[in-house]
Design a protein around this ligand. Structure first.
Ligand code: 6PG
Length: 242
């Protein structure tokens, strides 16, 4: 399935568009819970702020949505480098989200490996089985960013984790300046919808390579079960037009 590309004028326009898209994605379909895996990094900050504001705040089925993370730095939850802290400050504390629906990667103690194992177990408990079924995705939406080197989540070029097909979460212990925990491809690909959110001229080359089909970067290797959307601003778009 070809990825769908939407080009918006600027980062605020991307944030508003994705917030609207997310509310539609999560509000549609059968009753019951939804699961969203959130990206870290700086790009989605505007999205998290936007979701907590009207009219989007009033359009989301908050009580039914469970929040997970695509990756995390192995730092205390209150650390400014924490992806959890970013979302807590901008969204979780600003919207009517039940605390039981928030599933952070546990970095308070232990090692990156034990944190990854605990998160892996939590994902399987939530899913209710140890095997991911193609017709029952783990997530409804996975939100991802892309680094200039083509990494996504904490799946970096050359990492052994690019070949991990059993574990749903794993430690990227070689990551600097701090070790990270990341979802692996099996978990990231088990999603009804996947959205890459990319803005800024520094990402234009990697976006062009990936969408041009010539890239073997970690972000290009993702083969989600459901639809893939690229929401980019003009600065990151390899072509003009929307
Ligand atoms: C993280 C993200 C990472 C991010 C890219 C892009 O935890 O940092 O998972 O994959 O999405 O590095 O980061 P920016 O949005 O800051 O450019």
């Amino acid at each position: 399935m070809q990825p769908a590309l939407t080009v918006l004028d600027d980062p605020p326009a991307v944030a508003r568009h994705v917030a609207t898209w997310l509310a539609q994605e999560l509000g549609a379909g059968p009753p019951g819970r939804r699961a969203v895996a959130l990206s870290g990094g700086s790009t989605p900050r505007l999205l998290y702020e936007t979701l907590a504001r009207a009219p989007w705040r009033d359009a989301m089925p908050w009580e039914r949505i469970h929040w997970f993370w695509c990756d995390e730095r192995f730092v205390p939850a209150a650390d400014e480098r924490s992806n959890y802290e970013l979302v807590r400050r901008l969204l979780l504390d600003e919207a009517p989200i039940p605390r039981a629906n928030i599933h952070p990667i546990p970095t308070a103690s232990g090692t990156p490996e034990s944190a990854a194992a605990a998160y892996d177990a939590a994902l399987r408990r939530y899913y209710g089985a140890d095997t991911l079924a193609a017709d029952r995705p783990l997530f409804d939406v996975v939100l991802l960013g892309v680094g200039e080197d083509g990494h996504t989540a904490s799946l970096f070029p050359g990492s052994a984790l690019l070949n991990e097909r059993s574990r749903w979460a794993a430690a990227e212990a070689t990551s600097r300046p701090e070790p990270r925990i990341t979802l692996t491809y099996p978990a990231l690909e088990s999603s009804r919808a996947t959205a890459f959110i990319v803005t800024g001229a520094s990402k234009r080359a990697v976006v062009g390579e990936i969408l041009g089909g010539a890239s073997d970067a970690p972000a290009a290797r993702l083969r989600p079960a459901g639809g893939v959307h690229w929401f980019v601003d003009r600065a990151a778009a390899a072509q003009e037009g929307g």
